[in-house]
Write a new protein. Structure first.
Length: 463
């Protein structure tokens, strides 16, 4: 752009005037068309004003005026008044300038009208697209409603089946077990579960389709979400202005997990993404019910685990509990010291996995391993031997062998390993089995006290 006009327009003006002067010098009298009417320079000015606008038209008028009158003023008639002569001289340039401005402004006004119409067309196109998308979304929602109505019985059955999975006795397995229930009730594209640890909420489970924003790892006291969900026990959602302000970009719905029996907030359930039209009164009420259900299940599982710590034997098992091991081992060692017999201990570590392909349920796998060990203990050990399921680490068991000398531990370990391997294979499991043994008390070592650990320890590597 040169002074508000296109570069090629300025070049066209210069080339025209150069050609016009050359034609005048060669074919005419060299007066630069001073007496021509209408003047060709004015006609050219009209053309460029209409085509390029005011700036180019004014430029053409300036150049044309200078070329026509610079050193080429018309002679003055002595009989004509000077004012009339001056008026006749300036009338042509004034006409050129006025014509250039008028036509240029008409062109600019036409451009503004065209641009406004183009904007209106773009707006109408966008509105039409929005209406088309809304129509498609409405049709999709209608199809969904029809499908949901047609499959109401199947949905009810799936909810009942999913609800059964929530009835678990391990707190760590509760959140995984509620996944089918959340999926059937809310159909979220992404959700997360947090547990409260003092003054913070920490992420323990997140399910996403990989397209949305990942869940925040933790929320501290002072964060709007923590204050609303934990302190005020509010269910917040973006359909409400306050909820939208609190959640920001962290989700669509968030609510507390309240253990009603303990009257405490144990965590938070948060949904980051839902299908179109997924946020409604029905989904909010379902979210509220899910929060109460999850909190109740988790609280019950925690209380079950706490109660299980005081059990002597695990429910439905011949294996003793880890809590019972501490007191029994101390008593056995004290009794051995008094009765002068040797006490040994085997530690069995089973690192097994399913031989079939596909996802593995850790809880079910632990139960299958424990069942194999329980069967081996029932038929393969003496009535005086005591077997304990630690349940601190998957597949770890301890067996106390009263009145068993250390020299016989390897024989017992080999026999136990072979039976475990056969038992796991019969259950469709395979893996490694390690057995270590140690002597808890030797009668000849009178300095050993009941609270002391192993005197002699041998390790049999993984086989």
């Amino acid at each position: 752009m040169w002074f508000g006009m296109p570069r090629h327009a300025a070049i066209e003006v210069v080339v025209f005037f150069a050609v016009a002067l050359l034609v005048d010098a060669v074919a005419f009298d060299g007066t630069r068309f001073r007496d021509a009417s209408p003047h060709p320079f004015w006609l050219f000015t009209l053309v460029v004003s209409a085509h390029y606008g005011v700036a180019t038209g004014v430029f053409s008028a300036v150049v044309g005026t200078l070329l026509v009158y610079l050193g080429n003023l018309p002679p003055r008639d002595p009989l004509v008044d000077q004012s009339a002569w001056l008026l006749s001289v300036v009338s042509a340039p004034v006409l050129w300038f006025v014509s250039a401005v008028a036509l240029g402004e008409l062109r600019a006004r036409r451009e503004r009208i065209v641009l406004a119409q183009a904007d209106q067309i773009a707006d109408l196109t966008a509105d039409n697209h929005s209406l088309t998308m809304a129509k498609m979304a409405l049709e999709l929602a209608n199809d969904r409603l029809q499908t949901a109505a047609a499959g109401q019985v199947e949905t009810t059955l799936s909810l009942v089946q999913a609800a059964r999975t929530v009835d678990v006795h391990e707190a760590g397995a509760v959140f995984e077990s509620v996944e089918p229930l959340i999926r059937n009730l809310l159909q979220p594209k992404g959700y997360s579960i947090y547990l409260r640890h003092g003054e913070r909420l920490d992420l323990v489970m997140a399910v996403h389709d990989g397209k949305g924003r990942e869940a925040t790892q933790s929320f501290l006291r002072g964060d709007p979400i923590f204050d609303a969900v934990v302190d005020r026990r509010q269910l917040v959602h973006v359909a409400h202005a306050d909820g939208e302000r609190i959640l920001g970009r962290d989700g669509l719905i968030a609510g507390p997990l309240v253990d009603m029996q303990a009257d405490a907030v144990i965590g938070m359930l948060k949904v980051e993404s839902l299908p179109i039209s997924g946020l409604n009164q029905g989904s909010i009420q379902a979210f509220r019910m899910l929060s109460e259900w999850i909190a109740t299940a988790y609280g019950n599982a925690q209380r079950f685990e706490e109660a299980n710590l005081s059990r002597v034997q695990h429910q439905g098992s011949v294996l003793f509990t880890d809590a019972y091991y501490r007191s029994v081992s101390t008593f056995i060692v004290a009794l051995a010291e008094r009765a002068a017999f040797e006490v040994s201990q085997l530690t069995v570590r089973v690192d097994a996995e399913s031989a079939t392909a596909g996802a593995v349920d850790e809880v079910a796998l632990n139960a299958r391993i424990a069942a194999v060990v329980q069967g081996i203990v029932t038929i393969g050990l003496r009535s005086t031997d005591l077997a304990f399921d630690y349940q601190r680490e998957r597949g770890e068991f301890v067996i106390i062998l009263p009145m068993t000398v250390s020299a016989n531990c390897k024989v017992v370990a080999d026999r136990l390993r072979d039976r475990l391997r056969d038992g796991l294979a019969s259950e469709g499991l395979h893996g490694r089995i390690a057995v270590t043994w140690e002597t808890l008390y030797v009668p000849t070592a009178r300095d050993i006290k009941p609270w002391h650990r192993a005197v002699i320890r041998r390790t049999d590597p993984y086989t």
